[in-house]
Design a protein around this ligand. Structure first.
Ligand SMILES: [Zn+2]
Length: 144
């Protein structure tokens, strides 16, 4: 269960494929049911760079409850660590920030990271991850 508080990241395509291949053997982080997880598309968005195109940010996993499957119907995301590196934050800093941000203010969360970045930077990061809030909140409450 200690695994629940770990951020879900992958670093490159091979690592994602390994995760994808193990999906049928991986328990759902929400309901712990094994064998119901399936791929569920991707999340993409704009980087802070000025390139006007969206890039892949995360892969979504669905705990299937369709076609009489026993899953819980919830989703979670596995983030591409490369996208986080571009924010010049370590995954640990990012995770600390996200865990505080879901339960408190952005200001508190940015202080908690001990990372010398402006609150505005963290506001931007939060906006970027906001759509994943439900997933993160679930993970955080399990970790607590
Ligand atoms: Zn589930």
């Amino acid at each position: 269960m200690g695994d629940e508080q770990q951020p879900r990241f992958y670093r490159h395509q091979e690592e994602w494929l390994a995760i994808a291949q193990r999906l049928k053997l991986t328990p759902c982080p929400h309901c712990q049911t094994v064998g119901m997880l399936i791929r569920h598309g991707t999340l993409s968005g704009f980087d802070d760079t000025n390139t006007p195109r969206q890039t892949l940010r995360a892969r979504r996993i669905f705990c299937s409850n369709r076609h009489r499957r026993r899953g819980c119907g919830r989703t979670f995301s596995v983030w591409l660590a490369d996208k986080i590196r571009r924010l010049s934050l370590t995954t640990r800093t990012l995770w600390t920030f996200l865990q505080h941000a879901v339960v408190g203010t952005i200001a508190d969360a940015s202080h908690a990271t001990n990372c010398p970045r402006s609150e505005r930077t963290f506001q931007r990061i939060w906006k970027r991850f906001d759509h994943a809030q439900t997933t993160i909140r679930t993970t955080t409450s399990r970790a607590a």
